[in-house]
Design a protein around this ligand. Sequence first.
Ligand code: AMP
Length: 458
Amino acid sequence: MCGIFGIVGHAEASNLTYLGLHALQHRGQESAGIVASDGHTLRAHRQMGLVADIFTVPVLASLPGQAAIGHVRYSTAGGSRLENAQPLFVTYAGGQFSIAHNGNLVNARELKDALEADGAIFQSDADTEVVMHLLARSKQPTFEAKLVEALKKVEGAYSILLLTESKLIAARDPHGFRPLVLGKMKEGAFVVASETTALDLIEAELVRELEPGELLIIENGVMRTSKPFTPAPRQGRCIFEQVYFAKPDSVLFGKSVYETRKRLGMQLAREQPAPAADLVIAVPDSGVPAAIGFSQVSGIPYDVGLIRSHYVGRTFIEPQQSIRHFGVKLKLSAVRSVLKGKRVVVVDDSIVRGTTSRKIVKMLKAAGAVEVHLRISSPPTQWPCYYGIDTPSRQELIASSHTTEEIARYVTADSLGYLSLEGLGAAVDDPTRSTFCTACFSGQYLTGGFTADDKLSA
Ligand code: AMP
Protein backbone atom coordinates (compact mmCIF):
# COMPACT_ATOMS: atom_id res chain seq x y z
CA MET A 1 0.00 0.00 0.00
CA CYS A 2 0.97 3.56 -0.50
CA GLY A 3 -0.39 7.05 -0.23
CA ILE A 4 0.03 9.74 -2.86
CA PHE A 5 -0.49 13.48 -2.84
CA GLY A 6 0.02 16.19 -5.44
CA ILE A 7 -0.57 19.91 -5.66
CA VAL A 8 -0.15 22.52 -8.37
CA GLY A 9 -0.54 26.30 -8.29
CA HIS A 10 0.53 27.07 -4.74
CA ALA A 11 3.62 28.93 -3.53
CA GLU A 12 3.95 26.51 -0.62
CA ALA A 13 3.57 23.34 -2.67
CA SER A 14 6.14 21.23 -0.83
CA ASN A 15 4.98 22.35 2.63
CA LEU A 16 1.41 21.39 1.76
CA THR A 17 2.59 18.10 0.29
CA TYR A 18 4.36 17.42 3.57
CA LEU A 19 1.08 17.99 5.42
CA GLY A 20 -0.83 15.88 2.92
CA LEU A 21 1.62 13.01 3.33
CA HIS A 22 1.39 13.34 7.08
CA ALA A 23 -2.38 12.80 6.82
CA LEU A 24 -1.73 9.74 4.64
CA GLN A 25 0.97 8.25 6.84
CA HIS A 26 -1.32 5.32 7.79
CA ARG A 27 -1.01 4.12 4.17
CA GLY A 28 2.72 3.50 4.45
CA GLN A 29 5.43 4.04 7.02
CA GLU A 30 8.47 2.65 5.30
CA SER A 31 9.68 5.58 3.23
CA ALA A 32 8.47 8.95 2.03
CA GLY A 33 9.41 11.41 -0.67
CA ILE A 34 8.53 14.71 -2.24
CA VAL A 35 9.46 16.00 -5.69
CA ALA A 36 8.81 19.69 -6.38
CA SER A 37 8.97 21.76 -9.55
CA ASP A 38 9.77 25.47 -9.74
CA GLY A 39 8.67 25.55 -13.38
CA HIS A 40 12.15 24.75 -14.74
CA THR A 41 13.76 22.21 -12.48
CA LEU A 42 12.50 19.27 -10.46
CA ARG A 43 14.06 18.60 -7.06
CA ALA A 44 13.60 15.45 -5.01
CA HIS A 45 14.01 14.27 -1.46
CA ARG A 46 13.32 10.65 -0.59
CA GLN A 47 14.24 8.83 2.56
CA MET A 48 13.42 5.75 4.61
CA GLY A 49 11.28 6.53 7.66
CA LEU A 50 8.32 8.62 8.73
CA VAL A 51 7.14 11.85 7.12
CA ALA A 52 7.58 14.01 10.23
CA ASP A 53 11.14 12.77 10.75
CA ILE A 54 12.21 13.14 7.13
CA PHE A 55 10.86 16.55 6.19
CA THR A 56 12.63 19.05 8.39
CA VAL A 57 12.47 22.78 7.66
CA PRO A 58 15.76 22.79 5.70
CA VAL A 59 14.70 19.76 3.64
CA LEU A 60 11.40 21.41 2.73
CA ALA A 61 13.23 24.66 1.94
CA SER A 62 15.33 22.72 -0.58
CA LEU A 63 12.15 21.84 -2.51
CA PRO A 64 10.92 25.20 -3.88
CA GLY A 65 8.22 25.66 -6.48
CA GLN A 66 4.51 25.88 -7.12
CA ALA A 67 3.94 22.20 -7.83
CA ALA A 68 4.86 19.02 -5.98
CA ILE A 69 3.99 15.36 -5.65
CA GLY A 70 4.66 13.11 -2.69
CA HIS A 71 4.48 9.48 -1.69
CA VAL A 72 4.41 7.38 1.45
CA ARG A 73 5.41 3.80 0.87
CA TYR A 74 4.59 0.44 2.34
CA SER A 75 6.17 -2.08 0.04
CA THR A 76 3.90 -4.44 -1.85
CA ALA A 77 6.19 -4.91 -4.86
CA GLY A 78 9.91 -4.48 -4.51
CA GLY A 79 11.98 -4.66 -1.36
CA SER A 80 12.24 -2.26 1.51
CA ARG A 81 15.14 -0.02 0.47
CA LEU A 82 15.82 3.52 -0.57
CA GLU A 83 16.07 2.84 -4.32
CA ASN A 84 12.43 1.80 -4.21
CA ALA A 85 11.29 4.92 -2.36
CA GLN A 86 9.04 7.16 -4.42
CA PRO A 87 8.34 9.49 -6.14
CA LEU A 88 10.67 8.08 -8.79
CA PHE A 89 12.45 10.84 -10.66
CA VAL A 90 14.30 10.85 -13.99
CA THR A 91 15.72 13.03 -16.69
CA TYR A 92 15.07 11.69 -20.19
CA ALA A 93 15.31 13.03 -23.73
CA GLY A 94 12.15 15.12 -23.28
CA GLY A 95 13.10 16.70 -19.93
CA GLN A 96 12.44 15.69 -16.33
CA PHE A 97 9.54 13.88 -14.79
CA SER A 98 8.57 12.17 -11.60
CA ILE A 99 6.01 9.47 -10.71
CA ALA A 100 4.24 8.49 -7.51
CA HIS A 101 2.22 5.29 -7.69
CA ASN A 102 -0.24 3.47 -5.45
CA GLY A 103 -1.20 -0.03 -6.55
CA ASN A 104 0.40 -3.09 -8.09
CA LEU A 105 0.87 -3.84 -11.75
CA VAL A 106 0.17 -7.49 -12.47
CA ASN A 107 2.15 -7.64 -15.72
CA ALA A 108 5.19 -5.67 -14.47
CA ARG A 109 7.49 -8.71 -14.46
CA GLU A 110 6.78 -9.53 -18.07
CA LEU A 111 7.16 -5.91 -19.20
CA LYS A 112 10.34 -5.51 -17.21
CA ASP A 113 11.87 -8.66 -18.72
CA ALA A 114 11.09 -7.38 -22.21
CA LEU A 115 12.54 -3.93 -21.47
CA GLU A 116 15.69 -5.41 -19.94
CA ALA A 117 16.14 -7.72 -22.91
CA ASP A 118 16.06 -4.56 -24.98
CA GLY A 119 18.79 -2.90 -22.94
CA ALA A 120 16.87 -0.97 -20.29
CA ILE A 121 18.64 -0.59 -16.95
CA PHE A 122 16.42 -0.59 -13.89
CA GLN A 123 17.43 1.18 -10.71
CA SER A 124 14.69 -0.15 -8.47
CA ASP A 125 12.65 -3.32 -8.31
CA ALA A 126 9.43 -1.34 -7.90
CA ASP A 127 6.88 -2.08 -10.62
CA THR A 128 6.38 1.66 -11.10
CA GLU A 129 9.72 2.01 -12.85
CA VAL A 130 8.29 0.00 -15.73
CA VAL A 131 5.88 2.88 -16.47
CA MET A 132 8.79 5.29 -16.46
CA HIS A 133 10.73 3.24 -19.02
CA LEU A 134 7.71 2.69 -21.25
CA LEU A 135 7.01 6.41 -21.21
CA ALA A 136 10.59 7.45 -21.93
CA ARG A 137 10.79 5.01 -24.86
CA SER A 138 7.50 5.98 -26.44
CA LYS A 139 7.72 7.59 -29.88
CA GLN A 140 4.53 9.58 -29.35
CA PRO A 141 4.92 13.34 -29.88
CA THR A 142 3.72 14.70 -26.51
CA PHE A 143 4.32 13.74 -22.88
CA GLU A 144 0.63 13.09 -22.49
CA ALA A 145 0.50 10.77 -25.51
CA LYS A 146 3.62 8.95 -24.30
CA LEU A 147 2.02 8.41 -20.91
CA VAL A 148 -1.21 7.13 -22.40
CA GLU A 149 0.73 4.71 -24.58
CA ALA A 150 2.69 3.49 -21.54
CA LEU A 151 -0.37 3.07 -19.34
CA LYS A 152 -2.21 1.18 -22.08
CA LYS A 153 0.47 -1.50 -21.78
CA VAL A 154 0.19 -2.03 -18.05
CA GLU A 155 -2.40 -4.13 -16.32
CA GLY A 156 -3.46 -4.06 -12.71
CA ALA A 157 -3.94 -1.37 -10.13
CA TYR A 158 -2.65 2.15 -10.39
CA SER A 159 -3.62 5.45 -8.94
CA ILE A 160 -0.74 7.50 -10.19
CA LEU A 161 0.58 11.06 -10.12
CA LEU A 162 3.17 12.51 -12.48
CA LEU A 163 4.96 15.81 -12.27
CA THR A 164 6.82 17.49 -15.10
CA GLU A 165 8.38 20.94 -15.06
CA SER A 166 4.97 22.47 -15.80
CA LYS A 167 2.25 19.86 -15.38
CA LEU A 168 0.60 17.73 -12.72
CA ILE A 169 -0.99 14.61 -14.17
CA ALA A 170 -3.21 12.14 -12.33
CA ALA A 171 -4.58 8.84 -13.57
CA ARG A 172 -6.65 6.02 -12.18
CA ASP A 173 -6.72 2.53 -13.73
CA PRO A 174 -9.87 1.43 -15.56
CA HIS A 175 -11.04 -0.82 -12.69
CA GLY A 176 -10.52 1.98 -10.18
CA PHE A 177 -8.92 -0.40 -7.67
CA ARG A 178 -7.22 2.25 -5.57
CA PRO A 179 -8.79 5.53 -4.49
CA LEU A 180 -7.87 8.99 -5.78
CA VAL A 181 -9.65 12.28 -5.15
CA LEU A 182 -9.46 15.76 -6.60
CA GLY A 183 -9.65 18.84 -4.40
CA LYS A 184 -9.28 22.56 -4.74
CA MET A 185 -7.91 25.18 -2.38
CA LYS A 186 -9.50 28.59 -1.86
CA GLU A 187 -6.54 30.24 -3.57
CA GLY A 188 -7.20 28.11 -6.66
CA ALA A 189 -4.55 25.42 -6.31
CA PHE A 190 -5.57 21.92 -7.44
CA VAL A 191 -4.85 19.00 -5.16
CA VAL A 192 -4.99 15.25 -5.85
CA ALA A 193 -4.72 12.73 -3.02
CA SER A 194 -5.32 9.10 -2.11
CA GLU A 195 -7.85 10.04 0.54
CA THR A 196 -10.01 12.99 1.51
CA THR A 197 -8.37 13.16 4.94
CA ALA A 198 -5.37 14.82 3.24
CA LEU A 199 -7.64 17.47 1.71
CA ASP A 200 -9.27 18.16 5.06
CA LEU A 201 -5.95 18.77 6.76
CA ILE A 202 -4.90 21.47 4.31
CA GLU A 203 -8.44 22.90 4.09
CA ALA A 204 -8.90 21.99 0.45
CA GLU A 205 -12.41 21.33 -0.73
CA LEU A 206 -13.29 17.94 -2.18
CA VAL A 207 -14.26 18.41 -5.83
CA ARG A 208 -14.83 14.75 -6.68
CA GLU A 209 -13.27 11.33 -6.93
CA LEU A 210 -11.38 10.61 -10.14
CA GLU A 211 -13.32 8.15 -12.23
CA PRO A 212 -11.92 4.75 -13.10
CA GLY A 213 -9.86 5.13 -16.28
CA GLU A 214 -9.70 8.91 -15.99
CA LEU A 215 -6.65 10.99 -16.85
CA LEU A 216 -6.39 14.54 -15.48
CA ILE A 217 -3.87 17.07 -16.70
CA ILE A 218 -3.43 20.33 -14.85
CA GLU A 219 -1.28 23.04 -16.39
CA ASN A 220 -1.26 26.83 -15.99
CA GLY A 221 -4.31 26.67 -13.72
CA VAL A 222 -6.36 24.80 -16.33
CA MET A 223 -7.56 21.23 -15.88
CA ARG A 224 -8.28 18.86 -18.75
CA THR A 225 -9.82 15.44 -18.34
CA SER A 226 -10.06 12.45 -20.67
CA LYS A 227 -10.69 8.71 -20.62
CA PRO A 228 -8.13 7.38 -23.05
CA PHE A 229 -7.88 3.78 -21.78
CA THR A 230 -9.97 0.77 -22.76
CA PRO A 231 -12.75 0.63 -20.19
CA ALA A 232 -12.74 -2.33 -17.79
CA PRO A 233 -15.73 -4.70 -17.95
CA ARG A 234 -16.63 -3.54 -14.48
CA GLN A 235 -15.40 -1.43 -11.58
CA GLY A 236 -13.15 -3.03 -8.98
CA ARG A 237 -12.96 -0.63 -6.05
CA CYS A 238 -10.93 -2.26 -3.30
CA ILE A 239 -13.29 -3.43 -0.57
CA PHE A 240 -10.39 -3.81 1.86
CA GLU A 241 -9.88 -0.03 1.80
CA GLN A 242 -13.33 0.25 3.40
CA VAL A 243 -12.72 -2.64 5.80
CA TYR A 244 -9.24 -1.74 7.04
CA PHE A 245 -6.92 0.42 5.07
CA ALA A 246 -8.38 3.91 4.70
CA LYS A 247 -8.55 6.35 7.58
CA PRO A 248 -12.01 6.44 9.20
CA ASP A 249 -12.53 10.18 8.68
CA SER A 250 -12.05 9.82 4.91
CA VAL A 251 -14.87 9.71 2.41
CA LEU A 252 -13.97 6.80 0.18
CA PHE A 253 -15.76 5.84 -3.02
CA GLY A 254 -18.40 8.38 -1.99
CA LYS A 255 -18.97 6.91 1.49
CA SER A 256 -17.77 7.76 4.97
CA VAL A 257 -15.28 5.11 6.00
CA TYR A 258 -16.32 5.45 9.64
CA GLU A 259 -20.02 4.97 8.88
CA THR A 260 -19.26 2.01 6.61
CA ARG A 261 -17.18 0.30 9.29
CA LYS A 262 -19.93 0.90 11.83
CA ARG A 263 -22.42 -0.69 9.45
CA LEU A 264 -20.08 -3.68 9.03
CA GLY A 265 -20.21 -4.09 12.82
CA MET A 266 -23.99 -3.73 12.89
CA GLN A 267 -24.39 -6.38 10.22
CA LEU A 268 -21.91 -8.59 12.06
CA ALA A 269 -24.01 -8.35 15.23
CA ARG A 270 -27.07 -9.50 13.27
CA GLU A 271 -25.25 -12.39 11.59
CA GLN A 272 -22.97 -13.51 14.40
CA PRO A 273 -24.59 -12.51 17.70
CA ALA A 274 -22.97 -13.26 21.03
CA PRO A 275 -26.00 -13.02 23.30
CA ALA A 276 -24.43 -14.13 26.55
CA ALA A 277 -21.74 -11.46 26.76
CA ASP A 278 -21.23 -8.60 29.19
CA LEU A 279 -19.35 -6.15 27.02
CA VAL A 280 -18.10 -5.40 23.53
CA ILE A 281 -14.55 -4.19 23.04
CA ALA A 282 -12.56 -3.30 19.93
CA VAL A 283 -9.09 -4.14 18.79
CA PRO A 284 -7.95 -0.54 18.41
CA ASP A 285 -7.79 1.38 16.21
CA SER A 286 -9.14 -0.43 13.18
CA GLY A 287 -11.82 -2.39 15.03
CA VAL A 288 -13.36 0.57 16.87
CA PRO A 289 -16.14 1.69 14.49
CA ALA A 290 -17.29 -1.92 13.91
CA ALA A 291 -17.28 -2.62 17.67
CA ILE A 292 -19.46 0.44 18.27
CA GLY A 293 -21.86 -0.77 15.55
CA PHE A 294 -21.90 -4.26 17.09
CA SER A 295 -22.68 -2.80 20.49
CA GLN A 296 -25.50 -0.61 19.18
CA VAL A 297 -27.29 -3.48 17.44
CA SER A 298 -26.70 -6.11 20.13
CA GLY A 299 -27.41 -3.82 23.08
CA ILE A 300 -24.26 -5.12 24.78
CA PRO A 301 -22.35 -2.17 26.27
CA TYR A 302 -19.20 -0.97 24.54
CA ASP A 303 -16.13 -0.43 26.65
CA VAL A 304 -12.41 0.06 26.23
CA GLY A 305 -10.63 -3.17 27.09
CA LEU A 306 -7.51 -2.72 25.00
CA ILE A 307 -5.27 0.31 24.81
CA ARG A 308 -3.13 0.95 21.81
CA SER A 309 0.28 2.47 22.11
CA HIS A 310 0.71 5.11 19.45
CA TYR A 311 4.47 4.92 19.54
CA VAL A 312 4.82 1.75 17.50
CA GLY A 313 3.90 1.15 13.87
CA ARG A 314 1.42 -1.40 12.64
CA THR A 315 2.67 -4.82 13.75
CA PHE A 316 1.92 -6.44 10.42
CA ILE A 317 4.66 -4.39 8.86
CA GLU A 318 7.42 -6.07 10.83
CA PRO A 319 9.07 -8.46 8.43
CA GLN A 320 9.98 -11.30 10.74
CA GLN A 321 7.65 -13.63 12.58
CA SER A 322 9.67 -13.28 15.77
CA ILE A 323 9.30 -9.51 15.80
CA ARG A 324 5.62 -9.67 14.92
CA HIS A 325 4.93 -11.88 17.94
CA PHE A 326 6.63 -9.43 20.19
CA GLY A 327 5.03 -6.50 18.39
CA VAL A 328 1.48 -7.28 19.45
CA LYS A 329 2.43 -6.78 23.08
CA LEU A 330 4.23 -3.58 22.25
CA LYS A 331 1.16 -2.28 20.51
CA LEU A 332 -1.71 -3.37 22.73
CA SER A 333 -2.25 -3.67 26.45
CA ALA A 334 -5.31 -4.95 28.32
CA VAL A 335 -7.33 -3.00 30.88
CA ARG A 336 -7.78 -5.39 33.80
CA SER A 337 -10.46 -3.40 35.63
CA VAL A 338 -12.72 -3.54 32.56
CA LEU A 339 -12.11 -7.19 31.68
CA LYS A 340 -11.94 -8.99 35.04
CA GLY A 341 -14.67 -11.64 35.35
CA LYS A 342 -16.34 -10.52 32.10
CA ARG A 343 -17.62 -12.39 29.05
CA VAL A 344 -16.15 -10.27 26.31
CA VAL A 345 -16.96 -9.81 22.62
CA VAL A 346 -13.83 -8.54 20.88
CA VAL A 347 -14.22 -7.04 17.40
CA ASP A 348 -11.43 -6.79 14.85
CA ASP A 349 -11.55 -6.01 11.13
CA SER A 350 -9.70 -9.06 9.80
CA ILE A 351 -7.58 -12.09 10.54
CA VAL A 352 -4.59 -12.58 8.27
CA ARG A 353 -2.20 -15.15 9.71
CA GLY A 354 -4.02 -15.43 13.01
CA THR A 355 -1.03 -14.54 15.14
CA THR A 356 -2.43 -11.18 16.28
CA SER A 357 -5.82 -12.61 17.26
CA ARG A 358 -4.20 -15.45 19.20
CA LYS A 359 -2.08 -13.00 21.18
CA ILE A 360 -5.05 -10.76 21.84
CA VAL A 361 -7.32 -13.55 23.09
CA LYS A 362 -4.58 -14.77 25.40
CA MET A 363 -3.95 -11.23 26.62
CA LEU A 364 -7.66 -10.71 27.38
CA LYS A 365 -7.86 -13.97 29.31
CA ALA A 366 -4.70 -13.19 31.22
CA ALA A 367 -6.31 -9.89 32.21
CA GLY A 368 -9.29 -11.73 33.71
CA ALA A 369 -11.83 -12.15 30.89
CA VAL A 370 -13.74 -15.41 31.53
CA GLU A 371 -14.93 -15.83 27.95
CA VAL A 372 -13.66 -14.26 24.73
CA HIS A 373 -15.89 -14.21 21.65
CA LEU A 374 -14.02 -12.98 18.62
CA ARG A 375 -16.02 -11.26 15.89
CA ILE A 376 -14.49 -10.18 12.58
CA SER A 377 -16.10 -7.41 10.52
CA SER A 378 -15.15 -8.95 7.17
CA PRO A 379 -15.25 -12.44 5.63
CA PRO A 380 -12.31 -14.87 5.98
CA THR A 381 -9.24 -13.51 4.15
CA GLN A 382 -8.41 -16.46 1.91
CA TRP A 383 -6.71 -15.03 -1.16
CA PRO A 384 -3.63 -12.88 -1.64
CA CYS A 385 -4.09 -9.41 -3.12
CA TYR A 386 -2.30 -8.68 -6.38
CA TYR A 387 -3.61 -5.13 -6.56
CA GLY A 388 -1.65 -3.34 -3.88
CA ILE A 389 -2.63 -4.59 -0.43
CA ASP A 390 0.22 -6.29 1.35
CA THR A 391 -0.98 -9.82 2.02
CA PRO A 392 1.16 -12.88 2.55
CA SER A 393 1.01 -15.94 0.29
CA ARG A 394 -2.10 -18.09 0.22
CA GLN A 395 -0.46 -20.71 2.43
CA GLU A 396 0.13 -18.15 5.16
CA LEU A 397 -3.47 -16.94 5.19
CA ILE A 398 -4.95 -19.02 7.97
CA ALA A 399 -8.47 -18.98 6.51
CA SER A 400 -7.29 -20.47 3.21
CA SER A 401 -6.67 -23.85 4.83
CA HIS A 402 -8.67 -23.83 8.07
CA THR A 403 -12.34 -23.78 8.94
CA THR A 404 -13.78 -21.16 11.26
CA GLU A 405 -13.91 -23.75 14.06
CA GLU A 406 -10.24 -24.60 13.53
CA ILE A 407 -9.28 -20.94 13.56
CA ALA A 408 -11.29 -20.41 16.75
CA ARG A 409 -9.33 -23.24 18.33
CA TYR A 410 -6.01 -21.85 17.12
CA VAL A 411 -6.68 -18.36 18.43
CA THR A 412 -8.10 -19.93 21.65
CA ALA A 413 -11.40 -18.01 21.40
CA ASP A 414 -14.59 -19.38 22.95
CA SER A 415 -16.33 -18.54 19.70
CA LEU A 416 -15.44 -16.93 16.39
CA GLY A 417 -17.74 -15.34 13.82
CA TYR A 418 -16.96 -13.65 10.52
CA LEU A 419 -19.15 -11.32 8.50
CA SER A 420 -20.54 -12.98 5.36
CA LEU A 421 -19.69 -11.79 1.86
CA GLU A 422 -23.38 -10.94 1.41
CA GLY A 423 -23.35 -8.96 4.65
CA LEU A 424 -20.25 -7.09 3.51
CA GLY A 425 -22.01 -6.18 0.25
CA ALA A 426 -25.10 -5.04 2.14
CA ALA A 427 -23.02 -2.81 4.41
CA VAL A 428 -21.40 -1.05 1.43
CA ASP A 429 -24.75 -0.71 -0.40
CA ASP A 430 -23.70 -3.08 -3.17
CA PRO A 431 -25.36 -6.41 -2.34
CA THR A 432 -23.97 -8.14 -5.44
CA ARG A 433 -20.50 -6.56 -4.94
CA SER A 434 -20.48 -5.72 -8.63
CA THR A 435 -18.57 -2.44 -8.22
CA PHE A 436 -15.97 -3.76 -5.77
CA CYS A 437 -12.97 -6.03 -5.96
CA THR A 438 -13.51 -8.68 -3.28
CA ALA A 439 -10.73 -11.00 -4.46
CA CYS A 440 -9.12 -11.29 -1.01
CA PHE A 441 -12.36 -12.78 0.31
CA SER A 442 -13.89 -14.39 -2.77
CA GLY A 443 -10.94 -15.39 -4.97
CA GLN A 444 -12.64 -13.58 -7.88
CA TYR A 445 -9.74 -11.68 -9.39
CA LEU A 446 -10.60 -9.06 -11.97
CA THR A 447 -7.49 -9.43 -14.13
CA GLY A 448 -5.15 -12.17 -15.20
CA GLY A 449 -1.45 -11.57 -15.06
CA PHE A 450 -0.30 -13.67 -12.13
CA THR A 451 2.56 -16.11 -12.41
CA ALA A 452 1.85 -19.79 -12.91
CA ASP A 453 2.78 -20.45 -9.28
CA ASP A 454 0.32 -17.87 -8.02
CA LYS A 455 -2.39 -19.39 -10.13
CA LEU A 456 -1.59 -22.86 -8.89
CA SER A 457 -1.65 -21.78 -5.30
CA ALA A 458 -4.80 -19.74 -5.94
P1 AMP B 1 -2.48 -11.45 11.69
O1 AMP B 1 -1.79 -11.56 12.96
O2 AMP B 1 -1.57 -11.77 10.55
O3 AMP B 1 -3.74 -12.27 11.64
O4 AMP B 1 -2.88 -9.93 11.47
C1 AMP B 1 -4.17 -9.47 11.73
C2 AMP B 1 -4.16 -8.00 12.03
O5 AMP B 1 -3.49 -7.28 10.99
C3 AMP B 1 -5.57 -7.43 12.15
O6 AMP B 1 -5.65 -6.78 13.40
C4 AMP B 1 -5.71 -6.45 11.01
O7 AMP B 1 -6.27 -5.24 11.47
C5 AMP B 1 -4.31 -6.21 10.54
N1 AMP B 1 -4.18 -6.23 9.08
C6 AMP B 1 -4.96 -6.83 8.18
N2 AMP B 1 -4.51 -6.65 6.92
C7 AMP B 1 -3.41 -5.89 7.02
C8 AMP B 1 -2.49 -5.33 6.08
N3 AMP B 1 -2.60 -5.56 4.78
N4 AMP B 1 -1.47 -4.61 6.58
C9 AMP B 1 -1.33 -4.40 7.88
N5 AMP B 1 -2.17 -4.89 8.81
C10 AMP B 1 -3.18 -5.64 8.41
